[in-house]
Design a binder for this molecule. Structure first.
Ligand code: NAD
Length: 341
């Protein structure tokens, strides 16, 4: 490993994980990333192809629930830190098939914690004096439940998850918390809002809007389109993750939001108006395709994050405004969908 710090990144073939690995390896020469990913339907190795030949990057196909595998990775690479992205992440799927969410999000996180505890605290292998053994767990603002028209979530907000997805993430957060308080594991948790940007799976809201619009099909919007989400550009999130991982205080959690609240309808209209300029329709405008569909059961009304803590403690600010972030995202999908069409 040429004296590089070996970091296990789980779920690194997913949307945020793959963006983070590219971002982080572009900035750090002194780390070796071991990407452990099961390659579920949600994974996409395309975004990582440029890293294949790098000597400070290894990919392992496997399941975070497989304790023997995870342990052998710790052993072989002397894993010094973990950044844990791997999850079943789509709320609609959690309503249809919650068992996968319980398995990966709860049992998988438990497995990683157990192995980390064993290697770092019990056997003290893989520990070098100048490096802290850090476990960074990536979570969501959905653990806090739903807001009314006013207020926002911060790190002290009580947990009230409403979907099997958010409940499984909440359980994982609590396990991570308990490993810090009970065993002294060096943990940090970050809870972020909705990410958007290149390489997100086509099932999620923004890629769906773009794909349907380009196919001239109805653009489905749940309920009356008034549900509010806070949008965080994935690169801004990556900068926050780097700060939390490297400088966050052990045992703490950090809420990360884009300071960009939009109703789903506003968001769809924004995307349609950018598409109108980039790929004009023959007749009418893309917004004409917006169609309201039956609401998702248990659909949280509003999420909003107060990011004062990470701003004050670690100096983070989101840089991308929604318009430019959407332009960049749309350019990525135009290349993907139009080139492949
Ligand atoms: P994603 O669905 O795009 O990627 C998840 C990755 O995890 C996939 O590559 C998948 O193959 C892998 N994976 C799933 N089960 C696995 C298992 N058992 N073992 C190993 N790998 C497995 O997810 P994402 O959008 O990149 O989200 C990453 C993390 O961030 C998740 O923990 C998610 O809960 C959290 N998060 C995401 C968002 C968002 O807007 N995307 C918002 C808040 C929090």
């Amino acid at each position: 490993l040429n004296n590089r710090q070996p970091i296990l990144i789980t779920g690194g073939a997913g949307f945020i994980g793959s963006n983070f690995i590219r971002y982080y390896l572009g900035r750090r020469e002194d780390v070796h990333v071991v990407n452990l990913d099961k390659l579920t339907y949600a994974a996409n190795l395309e975004g990582l192809s440029e890293l294949e030949d790098k000597e400070n990057y290894s990919f392992i196909k496997g399941d975070i629930c497989d304790a023997d595998l995870v342990s052998s990775i710790f052993e072989e690479y002397g894993i010094a830190s973990v950044i844990h992205f791997a999850a079943e992440s789509h709320v609609d799927n959690s309503i249809e098939r919650p068992a996968d969410f319980i398995k990966t999000n709860i049992e998988g996180t438990f497995t990683l914690l157990q192995v980390a505890k064993h290697h770092w605290l019990e056997r003290q292998s893989g520990v070098s004096s100048d490096r802290r053994n850090r476990f960074h767990h990536i979570s969501t603002d959905e653990v806090y439940g739903s807001l009314g028209a006013e207020g926002s979530f911060d790190e002290t907000y009580p947990y009230a998850p409403n979907s099997p997805y958010s409940a499984s993430k909440a359980a994982a957060d609590f396990l991570v918390r308990s490993y810090h308080h009970t065993y002294g594991l060096n943990t940090v948790i970050s809870n972020c809002s909705n990410n958007y940007g290149p390489h997100q799976h086509g099932e999620k809201l923004i890629p769906t809007i773009i794909r349907k619009a380009l196919a001239e099909e109805p653009i489905p919007i749940y309920g009356d389109g008034k549900n509010v989400r806070d949008w965080l550009y994935v690169e801004d999130h990556c900068r926050a993750l780097e700060l939390v991982f490297e400088k966050g205080k052990s045992g703490e959690t950090y809420a990360v939001g884009g300071n960009c609240e939009k109703t789903n309808l506003e968001l769809a209209k924004n995307i349609c108006s950018i598409l109108d300029k980039k790929v004009p329709r023959n007749e009418g405008r893309y917004a004409d395709l917006i169609t309201f569909v039956k609401d998702r059961p248990g659909h949280d009304f509003r999420y909003a994050i107060n990011s004062s803590k990470i701003k004050g403690a670690l100096g983070w600010r989101p840089k991308e405004d929604l318009r430019s972030g959407l332009e960049r995202t749309i350019d990525h999908y135009l290349e993907k969908y139009i080139t492949k069409a």
